[in-house]
Write a protein that binds this ligand. Structure first.
Ligand code: ZN
Ligand code: MN
Length: 477
């Protein structure tokens, strides 16, 4: 049953721009302030006040557009989107209707089905609304600090066909905007919020089904779950002989369900019209070129560079560029003189493990030059990978000199041929069964002999040298 349907997904993503002040007034955008302390007559929509567009908003929106390969509008305008809700004191939101600042872009993603391109229909600028706070003791309250904070809304085409596609797109969009310096996209602070539009149809059909919108989903995990839930709900609805209705639904992450909020309004319901208080936005080609030429390096370019210049694996490169802070860290470690391939393996292996163990978000508590030194010690065969792992978790706790740590904890590998021969011979003398198995074609039998050498040397025998030497010595047994 489920296999005969496909889902069609489009995302509308709201991102708070990293400007110091709001879009039409000088109020601070700082997060976490006492409610209603960053407000003024303009962002409260008092009659007679006049908005003045913050130039930085246009700059950052252009950068967002260029980073996603959009065309930029030379002549933009701003429109009033009329609706009544308590968090919007003017009863209209200043947004953009038919002349978005950026249009016709795309984001490339990698999925288990291979590479895909998700088209971006438009990116427009608009103001955020206030925040409603509902409490049982005090009733409903409004904090207007967020009202008038600058947003871009990024609208994709309905090009996604699975929850995996949608999450990959949202993640790639987020990292692209962070690289471009447009926003920190901190989802825990609501700086990036996803609205998911989802409809279903029988596979092979061209006509789009009736879409349902799920608003303000603030984590990738919830995007995934909301899509899976809604896909099943719509299939059940249709199989029962009912129709899916066009509506806005709320995703409840505690119950992992979606609930109907209201039937979805159409564009004409908003009675859009140009805001007479705001002048048109002129953007010359010269300005566009200027930003194009100063746009920071984006994740796809960095990935390509890491693979070509540093010869690191496709997998490692993909993992490292996902977060700009990780990519910057990788580059610092490489620039300190370490081995790029080993550094990339240590980051994707040990460092990621340490991060997830500590749940410390993205902060890496080891100085990049220390990691660089560790990579050199591995390359020069002074320490083994398992010792490197120990050293890194020590450095994570307390910074220290790598050479001193190796010295003090006696972590140097044993690579000396005579010393290793002694250990291997001892192991071989007590491994008659394993030797026989090996001679009967079971290569795996060597593992127990190597294990014995490792135990006797407290893990210090060089795995590579031990292996080589063992293959040589076993011939005489
Ligand atoms: Zn204000
Ligand atoms: Mn919007």
């Amino acid at each position: 049953m489920k296999q005969s349907y496909e889902m069609v997904i489009g995302l509308e993503v709201h991102v708070e721009l990293g400007t110091k002040t709001k879009i039409f007034c000088g109020c601070s955008t700082e997060f976490g302030a006492e409610p209603n302390t960053h407000i003024c007559p303009i962002c409260l929509g008092f009659p007679g006040t006049m908005p003045v567009l913050n130039k930085e908003v246009v700059t950052l929106a252009i950068k967002a557009g260029l980073a996603t390969d959009c065309s930029i509008q030379n002549m933009g305008k701003q429109d009033r989107k009329n609706y009544f809700y308590p968090d919007l004191p003017k009863a209209y939101q200043i947004s953009q209707f038919n002349k978005p600042l950026c249009y016709d872009g795309h984001i490339d993603i990698n999925t288990s089905d291979g590479a895909k391109t998700i088209r971006i229909e438009r990116i427009h600028i608009e103001e955020d609304a206030g925040k409603l706070i509902h409490s049982e003791s005090d009733g409903s309250m409004i904090d207007f600090n967020r009202g008038g904070v600058a947003l871009i809304e990024i609208v994709s085409k309905p090009d996604m066909r699975s929850a995996e596609d949608a999450v990959a797109y949202a993640k790639k969009l987020r990292s692209t905007l962070i690289y471009a310096g447009v926003s920190d996209c901190d989802m825990s602070k609501g700086h990036m919020r996803c609205d998911v539009n989802l409809s279903i149809r029988k596979k092979g059909e061209q006509k789009l089904g009736v879409r349902v919108e799920m608003k303000n989903i603030n984590s990738f995990n919830f995007v995934q779950k909301a899509i899976e839930y809604e896909f099943n709900r719509q299939i059940k609805t249709i199989e029962k002989g009912d129709r899916v209705i066009q509506e806005t639904r709320r995703y409840d992450s505690d119950k992992n369900k979606t609930y109907s909020m209201r039937s979805k309004e159409n564009a004409q319901d908003y009675r859009y019209f140009p805001d007479p208080d705001l002048a048109p936005i002129h953007i010359s080609d010269k300005i566009i070129d200027k930003y194009k030429n100063t746009l920071p390096e984006l994740p796809d370019n960095r990935k390509k560079k890491y693979i070509q210049k540093y010869k690191i694996s496709d997998f490692n490169a993909e993992q490292i560029v996902e977060n700009k802070s990780t990519a910057d860290y990788f580059e610092s470690a490489v620039n300190a003189g370490g081995d790029p391939v080993i550094i990339s393996n240590l980051i994707v292996g040990e460092i990621f493990a340490l991060i997830s163990k500590e749940k410390s978000q993205e902060e890496i508590k080891i100085k990049p030059d220390r990691l660089s030194t560790v990579s050199e010690k591995i390359k020069d065969d002074i320490i083994s990978n398992s010792m490197a792992k120990k050293i890194l978790s020590m450095l994570w706790e307390n910074d220290g000199d790598v050479d001193e740590i190796i010295e003090k904890n006696d972590m140097k590998q044993i690579t000396d041929r005579d010393k290793l021969t002694k250990y291997i011979k001892t192991a071989l003398d007590s491994s008659k069964d394993a030797i026989n198995e090996y001679k009967n074609g079971k290569d795996k039998a060597l593992q127990s002999i190597i294990g014995r050498v490792m135990r006797d040397t407290k893990g210090k025998a060089s795995p590579q040298k031990t292996n080589e030497l063992l293959l040589e010595l076993i011939k005489n047994y």
